[in-house]
Design a protein around this ligand. Structure first.
Ligand code: C2O
Length: 571
């Protein structure tokens, strides 16, 4: 793994050496708080299209990024680290999907970057469920968004610029510090949760400052509770600043959210029990941090390889994007496509709940990832005073330290454990007949595929199970421009109707939200992982040598399954 920790601001000779060396030393005592350099993001089209800025500007920025990567460590000449970081200097035009209006996503220029410091003497901001936001709170929220919409487009706090942040970090505008040919993608890996937490942190503080209320807190779309399982009505008033016309017209209240929505199926209102069961499956029993957060993504990594992949939290969140966006738009805009999602105020409210899931998951006794490359990964945001701030993942692990928390509301899904459709005895009466199939195989809509996967271990002790989560790993390739979903079932082979989260046999769903990156590299690979320790116990299948896996393609053709295996992930 290449590391990005140059000794100092480097010359172009050093810069190229850094790209290829397999390790480097950390600088001693280089901890400047304000790294002064002219930062400009108005890359020309040519720069944007090849993703590389030229000459000295870039060298200086590599130096900056190296500082960013290393500053959190005590000086240790033998340490290796490769936290990912965006290269603002080389920010360019995004690669947009067909039919999208051209937009620029890079933030305005700044002459300096400051390192994040925790806010002092701030009142705690308490985020409330959006369906309970009324009265004064609602007036303030609408006022704040209205004020944000009224800021000129080139103000980094403006509605346009805030929306563009999401586009820049997921549509190929940013490349990685030290790796000009590597895109930065904040989805499908462990940086998903910290990136979005920081994004909302600044968004919330900007809104608060626009209405002069330091207690202002971003509501959360409480889609995990029956009372919150519809688009919150505060977003549907056409005269309100919270309204966005580009949403699915069939999914307006009182239609319930369907957390396992099948885009091509009958578009019925969601089922509360199915939603709660799905929440249980994805949030209660997943213990291994990498299965919850997503796979590692380090500096120099290429997005979309089988090393990457979303965790359960991101996967569940994906369906709400696709479900909310306007299907009559070319790419499901706004929520249904990553470049445009930030244009809908609902997006931030949705992510506020995603962020809450992180806190809840930890409240169940689970732990954050401790890998330094996770902790040191860093991002850039403008704050409420228009300062460009560099933030690190390690500073956002505790939301209360950041000055906000969530109102405690009941979580009925914590106890909604799905039931096995068939007991072991029932399975014995009609035994599974699936044989293992040859890979790779290509999924076609509505055609089920079953195969047998050998388990390296069976009947592990409780201690072993608690230490390492048995994990089903699907290595897949797909076209990321398409919305895609397939469900994964355990010890089922018969019928797509059994693909409901209400059954214990339902293991999870792979979901892709439409997006593009480099048009020349549409091949998207990743590992989709599902923790199955508890599921196999409940299916009375923990003593079996193998497990039958059935893939149920729901929408989006052409997923190539290249590998299916069982692995063990540290808890
Ligand atoms: Cu950056 Cu909900 O996605």
């Amino acid at each position: 793994m290449a590391s990005i920790s140059p000794l100092s601001f480097v010359s172009s000779v050093n810069a190229s050496a850094i790209k290829t060396s397999s390790s480097s030393l950390f600088p001693k005592g280089r901890q400047s708080h304000v790294a002064a350099t002219k930062v400009s993001c108005n890359a020309s089209n040519e720069e944007a299209s090849n993703g590389i800025a030229h000459g000295n500007r870039r060298d200086v920025l590599i130096g900056l990024g190296g500082l960013a990567g290393a500053a959190g460590f005590a000086y240790n000449p033998f340490a290796f680290a490769a936290p990912v970081a965006p290269d603002l200097q080389a920010c360019g035009l995004p690669t947009l999907p067909a039919g999208a209006k051209p937009v620029k996503c890079c933030p305005p220029a700044s002459t300096k970057i400051i390192d994040f410091e925790f806010p002092k003497n701030q009142p705690l901001r308490v985020r409330k469920p959006a369906h309970k936001v009324t009265g004064d709170d609602l007036v303030k929220y609408k006022e704040a968004i209205k004020a944000m919409r009224e800021l000129p487009d080139d103000d980094p706090r403006s509605f346009t610029q805030q929306a563009a942040i999401h586009c820049a970090y997921c549509h190929n505008s940013y490349h990685q510090v030290g790796f000009p040919d590597k895109d930065l993608q904040v989805h499908y890996s462990w940086i998903f949760l910290p990136f979005h937490r920081w994004y909302l942190y600044f968004y919330e503080r900007i809104l608060g400052s626009l209405i002069n209320d330091p207690t202002f807190a971003l509501p959360f779309w409480n889609w995990d509770h029956p009372d919150g399982m519809e688009i919150p009505s505060i977003f549907t008033d056409r005269r309100s600043s919270l309204y966005d016309p580009l949403r699915n017209a069939n999914h307006q209240p009182p239609v319930l959210v369907d957390l396992s929505w099948n885009r091509n199926g009958p578009d019925t209102s969601g089922d509360v029990d199915a939603n709660l069961s799905l929440m249980y499956t994805n949030f209660v029993e997943v213990k291994a941090p990498l299965n919850f957060f997503g796979n590692a993504f380090r500096a120099g990594d290429t997005p979309y390889t089988v090393k990457t992949g979303a965790g359960t939290c991101e996967s569940v969140h994906n369906t709400l994007h696709t479900w909310s966006g306007d299907r009559t738009q070319p790419n499901g805009e706004d929520m249904g496509s990553l470049y445009s999602a930030g244009r809908d105020p609902l997006f931030y409210c949705h992510h506020s709940n995603v962020d809450r899931m992180w806190n809840l998951w930890k409240s169940f006794g689970n732990k954050d990832i401790t890998d330094p490359d996770f902790l040191e990964s860093n991002f850039l945001f403008y704050d409420e005073n228009k300062n460009l701030v560099r933030v690190k993942t390690k500073d956002c692990l505790d939301s209360v330290k950041l000055g906000y928390d969530f109102e405690k509301v009941p979580i009925p899904w914590a106890k909604t454990k799905p039931k096995a459709r068939r007991t072991k005895a029932e399975r014995a009466q009609k035994p599974l007949t699936t044989k293992s199939v040859d890979l790779p195989l290509t999924l076609e809509e509505n055609k089920l595929v079953s195969t047998v996967v050998k388990r390296p271990r069976r009947s592990r002790s409780r201690k072993e199970k608690d230490e390492r989560e048995e994990t089903l790993v699907l290595e897949i390739e797909f076209d990321r421009r398409k919305p895609i979903k397939f469900d994964v079932l355990l010890n089922e082979e018969e019928d797509a109707q059994f693909a409901t989260p209400k059954n214990r046999e339902f293991a999870g769903s792979f979901v892709n939200v439409s997006h593009t990156q480099k048009s020349s590299a549409l091949k998207t690979e990743l590992a989709f992982k599902i923790g199955i320790t508890e599921k196999l116990i409940d299916l009375e299948a923990d003593d079996d040598d193998s497990v039958v896996i059935t893939l149920v393609p729901q929408y989006g053709d052409g997923v190539i399954v290249k590998g299916i295996k069982i692995d063990y992930e540290d808890c």
